[in-house]
Ligand binder design. Structure first.
Ligand SMILES: *[C@@H]1O[C@H](CO)[C@@H](O)[C@H](O)[C@H]1NC(C)=O
Ligand SMILES: *[C@@H]1O[C@H](CO)[C@@H](O)[C@H](O)[C@H]1NC(C)=O
Ligand SMILES: *[C@@H]1O[C@H](CO)[C@@H](O)[C@H](O)[C@H]1NC(C)=O
Ligand SMILES: *[C@@H]1O[C@H](CO)[C@@H](O)[C@H](O)[C@H]1NC(C)=O
Ligand SMILES: *[C@@H]1O[C@H](CO)[C@@H](O)[C@H](O)[C@H]1NC(C)=O
Ligand SMILES: *[C@@H]1O[C@H](CO)[C@@H](O)[C@H](O)[C@H]1NC(C)=O
Ligand SMILES: *[C@@H]1O[C@H](CO)[C@@H](O)[C@H](O)[C@H]1NC(C)=O
Ligand SMILES: *[C@@H]1O[C@H](CO)[C@@H](O)[C@H](O)[C@H]1NC(C)=O
Ligand SMILES: *[C@@H]1O[C@H](CO)[C@@H](O)[C@H](O)[C@H]1NC(C)=O
Length: 402
């Protein structure tokens, strides 16, 4: 994990301990999430917020009646897998006798519907009880078209797209529509290996893209959990459910459709970071609660979030596939990335081919390896367009659409 991904992972996790006796929190997760999407009670609760749905309804604000509940749609499979992975790690830790021996761990997973900002704005406005006017700033689609225009007009052939998955998806739609091709995209983990972006039309735009991806998660039992065990133990929905379950099942019918789907699990990458993040938190708790295999843990004292943060700086552990996890004094982990390239395989299918790596733990001179001969450049060429690349490198930096 790099600084970025570590930051990303921990931003997604919010910790809530001893929830029962806590006073009402000053802040709480908004969105559709008055209730967590998935939860299980325990003595120590670990919370997570994921954009499991990527669209949110904007309720009409008439201020004459109670606004309707925000509803979310369009499942983001990757984010859903992260949430599942979090549960997988928690259950594994809960079963283990070593990390937190006699403590039961629970979780609350909230869905922010990819719209923390807009839902926050809406709800803040509602909470403050004052009138809420839509600002004059341009709308999301207008900004998107602006970015497309900039790309089209720019002479830069190399485009660094540091964007979230949803944003990239929207941008790609427009670029495809307007047939803007021949650009070399440099992508980030958020979208570079996203199966959902792959279509025959999008390949014209993104074929040849290069990007840094977290190495594949190779965690035994995870795949089986994602496609099978989860549905049997944590998300029971079938004809014979009782009334309470039935309501919940009805609400989450779009998730049930993912049952048995396994098309994406071979490409799971960020999941390993979610897994490590949960283990890092558990290791911190192990220290805070003075746990030992023989003596168990201290009775859950009220754990404060800052204690966990302090303790996280000290963790140094190995996960079951042998990877070592620790954080340096800036809070970053050792950066280890695979460089992947969007290519068309010999059978015509589109693949994310590993063409190199960056590994900060290796000695100087060996950290960055790129196998030029394996790279397929935009337009299906096996050599980079030298007339482009020998010029002073000119590139566009699309950080996000905000
Ligand atoms: C943790 O284990 C306890 C029993 O030891 C169980 O009641 C609880 O449901 C488990 N929690 C999770 C998240 O699996
Ligand atoms: C898109 O652009 C490419 C190269 O610029 C061109 O070969 C192709 O015909 C165009 N496709 C459409 C549908 O305009
Ligand atoms: C995954 O881990 C297993 C052992 O746990 C190992 O045999 C296998 O080669 C690993 N696969 C990859 C792709 O690293
Ligand atoms: C439905 O779920 C219940 C409770 O989880 C389980 O006992 C039952 O076997 C399930 N029925 C079917 C048809 O899968
Ligand atoms: C765990 O076990 C130890 C020793 O048996 C005990 O002192 C401690 O209170 C237990 N902790 C919890 C949370 O039950
Ligand atoms: C963590 O442990 C590994 C292996 O024991 C060691 O090589 C590494 O230096 C440790 N890192 C820190 C920050 O202590
Ligand atoms: C095409 O080849 C890739 C490996 O090069 C393989 O993973 C994929 O399953 C193949 N697809 C089809 C449809 O045969
Ligand atoms: C290389 O890039 C330049 C500038 O973008 C372009 O004019 C030229 O046609 C490209 N050459 C090839 C072989 O694609
Ligand atoms: C892109 O822009 C952002 C924000 O302005 C900046 O933080 C980042 O360093 C830039 N990235 C590159 C590769 O220039």
């Amino acid at each position: 994990m790099s600084l970025v991904t570590a930051g990303l992972v921990f931003m997604r996790l919010l910790l809530a301990f001893g929830a029962v006796e806590d006073e009402a929190p000053v802040c709480q997760i908004l969105g559709s999430s008055e209730f967590p999407l998935l939860s299980k009670e325990g003595e120590v609760m670990i919370g997570g917020a994921f954009s499991i749905h990527s669209k949110i309804s904007q309720p009409p604000l008439s201020f004459t009646e109670k606004p309707t509940r925000l509803t979310c749609s369009s499942v983001n499979l990757r984010e859903f897998r992260y949430a599942q992975t979090m549960i997988f790690a928690i259950e594994e830790i809960n079963r283990s006798d070593f990390l937190l021996p006699n403590i039961s761990i629970g979780y609350r997973i909230y869905d922010n519907c990819a719209s923390t900002l807009s839902s926050m704005r809406v709800v803040m406005a509602l909470m403050n009880g004052d009138g809420w006017t839509v600002g004059k700033s341009c709308s999301e689609p207008e900004k998107l078209l602006k970015v497309v225009e900039v790309i089209q007009k720019s002479t830069a052939r190399v485009i660094v797209a540091f964007m979230a998955h949803v944003e990239m998806n929207n941008l790609l739609e427009q670029l495809t529509l307007q047939n803007i091709t021949g650009r070399q995209f440099i992508g980030v983990e958020a979208w570079i290996t996203a199966d959902s972006l792959v279509t025959p039309a999008s390949f014209n735009v993104l074929g040849g893209s290069l990007g840094f991806a977290v190495q594949k998660a190779n965690i035994s039992g995870l795949e089986e959990f994602l496609i099978k065990d989860f549905w049997e133990t944590d998300f029971k929905c079938n004809e014979t459910n009782n009334m309470a379950d039935a309501a919940n099942c009805k609400e989450n019918h779009d998730l049930i459709e993912l049952k048995d789907y396994d098309g994406d699990v071979a490409e799971l990458r960020m999941s390993s970071n979610i897994y490590k993040a949960i283990y890092a938190v558990a290791n911190s708790l192990h220290h805070i609660l003075k746990c030992s295999h023989s003596q168990g843990c201290d009775k859950p004292v009220k754990v404060m979030a800052w204690q966990v943060v302090e303790s996280l700086k000290q963790v140094n552990f190995t996960i079951k596939n042998g990877e070592q996890v620790w954080f340096d004094n800036t809070g970053a982990t050792v950066a280890q990335y695979e460089v992947v390239n969007w290519q068309r395989g010999t059978n015509g299918s589109i693949q994310f081919k590993p063409v190199g790596y960056y590994d900060e733990s290796l000695p100087p001179g060996q950290k960055f390896v790129l196998k030029n001969e394996d790279i397929m450049w935009p337009g299906g060429k096996t050599e980079a367009n030298m007339s482009t690349n020998s010029k002073k490198l000119e590139y566009l930096n699309i950080t996000n659409l905000k």
